[in-house]
Design a binder for this molecule. Structure first.
Ligand SMILES: [Zn+2]
Ligand SMILES: [Zn+2]
Length: 752
């Protein structure tokens, strides 16, 4: 019966996830005494009791840990017994890093879901139910430390029932800062008036085909019945959305399986605490309106992740469009007055509530095809969870790029990537961007004097960085940043071969890059090989007109007589007059900068195969091209191409595609063979680099890597060539990940 005392340091994601109350309940149930507290290094548990009971405790600590906790290590040391008589939750040790304490917003947990559906429970039907394991976090935080007075829940005076749950270590709501109930918490509003029956009203109107603005967790959505073609078209028209696919919230997993083909990986993502939108292969007879995702073979779905959404979807049609409440690529609307002003003209009615959103946060998006998981947008559920970076240098702020803008704070071995903000197109968005940076600097108590930015002088993010005073600026090349964003996430130091394929990035030589194979480490890179530049008629404006890009490719690949014939046959959207103008423009080198962009090659081939002649969203022709190939399962021989020491020339492929089109070869077959060709020449290039003494590790990044068909072909081809391919885990390959790469490059350079 000899008592011992021990101290265990628990590291990993163990703070702000209900870990201390869990430890308390476990220790007291086993009759152990001692304490648990947060420290800068992790959670410290002191235990006194019999040795075998302590070891049973440590086993169950790992086995039964809360859903959101991730234990990475346990380190136990022995102390002299002190005759402790109780177990207590001690105050945090000073100096605890505040990042660890601000968790991301968490999707509705099973226990809370059960309570809102239990007529005997006091939270029955209550749309703002939450607990230690779920509910709003990051989006309601106004300051630190993460306590109720520093959240937008401070406006609600806690009732005695909630107070006693909040104070009781045995309760699931012990120290659940946003704790609420119908007696004391937030309430629904409908068209600006308190409305206890707001959900019923909303559900009924949605069933009738109306458009609603609905305030959720990180902002407002615009919603309509996803099976009602007229409602979907009306939403598209009023929002000015072009043809960009809409995300759909479905009632439950069963309904999800009705509209999409779900793999075990996609089911796990849908039901995870992060609850992202999952882009999965669409079921052809799924019943959704065709306007949900025009010319796509995929559909983006999510499950209800708040009690409000869950209660709504039980009454409404089983599938609702839930698209970010904004115009085009602007930040998501989150303020109530702003919602009335900006969404009022779009929506027929507004369902809202009086819990203020402090930090807007869009839905996260992940693409999932079989086992392949591709992060597309990292926001709600993930942010501000830090990404561990094996580097302990001075703090850095990185301001990212232009599209799908994010920023990144790097300090003390952690990278804190901001949520998706949107395209930095206007001074309004830029102002919002600056305010978001200031908020993060406050929350994470860091004000870096090293600021990394893109090389592009015209980006508003670059201009923002240059407007800061008393900082050291570190310009970073766009594709190098893409490559290092993967390296940082996976802990690679390089050198690696970095395949960085995207639409546009400012090259080190001032030209437009985007089809780049680099040899890189965290500090520097060499441009080992790239796609042969072709003229981009009309410059960046050509991106909206993929037929002009295609014509540029025809001019670069065919003789003059053939160009005109091929354009007339396969680019019917271009009038003869437009053709002549573009041909002359390129011949005279007027505003036709050369671009080595892989995204543009996809645009060109997409246009030749009949993709929409006008791109209404970034990457549209490429996405349509991938969809064309969706039904082709077999791998075919690649088209011919030329690869030399420095460049990839797809000219022979373009000529063969024109010939195939002339002979009436199926477009799906051409599209599939095109994807195979890109994988083949990339494999060739990487193999050559490897054989001339280069590295065997290949990292894949850039927006083109959101193409699941290309990515899985690349993974196969590279492995067949004896190389080790690496892809992103949680950070998007598109420009949403650039700020992470920038930050790590700036930090690595500051080392020497
Ligand atoms: Zn819960
Ligand atoms: Zn209450």
């Amino acid at each position: 019966m000899s008592h011992v005392r021990s101290s265990t340091l628990v590291r990993g994601t163990v703070q702000g996830v209900g870990f201390r109350p869990f430890v308390y309940r476990l220790a007291t149930s086993l009759g152990l005494t001692g304490s648990v507290r947060n420290s800068p290094r992790g959670v410290i548990i002191e235990l006194e009791g019999e040795p075998d009971v302590i070891s049973a405790f440590l086993d169950r600590l790992v086995a039964d840990a809360p859903a959101l906790a991730r234990i990475s290590s346990l380190q136990t040391s022995h102390l002299a017994p002190a005759g402790l008589t109780q177990f207590e939750i001690a105050d945090s040790a000073p100096g605890a890093q505040p990042t660890a304490l601000i968790p991301p917003d968490v999707g509705l947990c099973r226990d809370c879901a059960r309570e809102i559906e239990d007529p005997a429970d006091r939270r029955h039907g209550y749309p703002f139910t939450n607990c230690t394991n779920c509910g709003p976090r990051f989006s309601i935080v106004v300051g630190i430390p993460y306590d109720r007075p520093q959240t937008t829940m401070a406006a609600f005076r806690i009732c005695p029932d909630c107070e006693s749950e909040y104070r009781s270590p045995a309760d699931r709501r012990f120290h659940a800062e946003p704790i609420a109930c119908p007696a004391c918490g937030p309430h629904l509003f409908f068209d600006g008036r308190p409305a206890p029956d707001g959900l019923q009203k909303a559900a009924q109107l949605l069933s009738q085909g109306k458009l609603l603005a609905i305030k959720g967790l990180g902002g407002y959505h615009l919603a309509c019945d996803a099976r009602n073609p007229a409602a979907v078209e009306a939403l598209r028209a009023r929002k000015g959305r072009g043809q960009k696919p809409f995300a759909v919230m479905v009632r439950d997993l069963e309904e999800a399986g009705r509209v999409a083909i779900l793999s075990p990986a996609s089911q796990a993502l849908l039901t995870s605490p992060e609850s992202p939108v999952v882009i999965a292969p669409a079921r052809p007879q799924g019943g959704l309106a065709p306007g949900i995702a025009p010319r796509q073979a995929t559909v983006g779905i999510m499950l209800p992740y708040t009690p409000l959404h869950r209660l709504l979807l039980r009454r409404s049609p089983p599938a609702l469009v839930m698209t970010s409440g904004n115009l085009a690529e602007e930040p998501i609307v989150h303020g109530d007055r702003e919602a009335r002003a900006r969404l009022g003209p779009i929506a027929d009615h507004i369902l809202s509530h009086n819990r203020e959103i402090a930090v807007p946060c869009d839905d996260s998006v992940v693409r999932c095809d079989g086992d392949l998981v591709i992060p597309v947008r990292r926001a709600r559920g993930y942010v501000p969870r830090p990404i561990a970076v094996d580097f302990d240098g001075p703090p850095v702020l990185a301001v990212g790029g232009h599209h799908k803008s994010t920023f990144c704070l790097l300090r003390g071995g952690e990278a804190i990537l901001s949520q998706h903000i949107g395209d930095l197109d206007s001074l309004e968005v830029l102002e919002y961007f600056g305010a978001a940076i200031a908020h993060f600097e406050r929350l994470f108590e860091t004000k870096p004097d090293i600021v990394a930015h893109d090389l592009h002088p015209g980006y508003l993010s670059t201009q923002y960085a240059q407007s800061l005073t008393d900082v050291r600026l570190v310009p970073v090349q766009h594709h190098h940043a893409h490559v290092v964003s993967v390296m940082a996430e996976l802990g690679l130091h390089g050198p690696v071969i970095g395949v960085s394929y995207d639409g546009t990035g400012y090259g080190a030589d001032g030209t437009i890059w985007g089809g780049e194979v680099l040899v890189a480490d965290r500090k520097d890179f060499r441009r080992a090989c790239h796609l042969l530049p072709v003229p981009l008629p009309g410059g960046e404006a050509a991106i909206k007109h993929p037929t002009r890009i295609a014509l540029g490719y025809l001019i670069a690949s065919l003789g003059p007589a053939e160009v005109d014939r091929a354009a007339a046959d396969f680019l019917p959207a271009l009038t003869p007059a437009e053709r002549r103008i573009v041909i002359r423009q390129v011949a005279r080198n007027l505003n036709s900068p050369p671009a080595s962009s892989m995204g543009r090659l996809f645009d060109a081939v997409g246009a030749l195969l009949g993709a929409s002649p006008v791109a209404t969203y970034e990457g549209q022709p490429a996405m349509e091209l991938e969809a064309m190939a969706a039904d082709v399962r077999d791998r075919t021989d690649p088209y011919p191409y030329n690869v030399d020491a420095y460049t990839i020339d797809p000219g022979p492929m373009i000529r063969q595609i024109i010939s195939d089109l002339g002979q009436g070869v199926e477009r799906s077959a051409i599209a599939a063979r095109f994807h195979g060709t890109v994988a083949a020449f990339t494999g060739d290039v990487c193999k050559r680099i490897r054989e001339s003494g280069g590295p065997a590790d290949v990292v894949l990044s850039g927006g083109v890597m959101q193409n699941a068909r290309l990515l899985s072909l690349l993974l196969e081809t590279l492995a067949e060539n004896g190389l080790r391919p690496h892809v992103h885990g949680e950070v998007p390959p598109n420009d949403g990940g650039v700020s992470l790469g920038q930050a790590v490059i700036a930090a690595a350079r500051s080392e020497s």
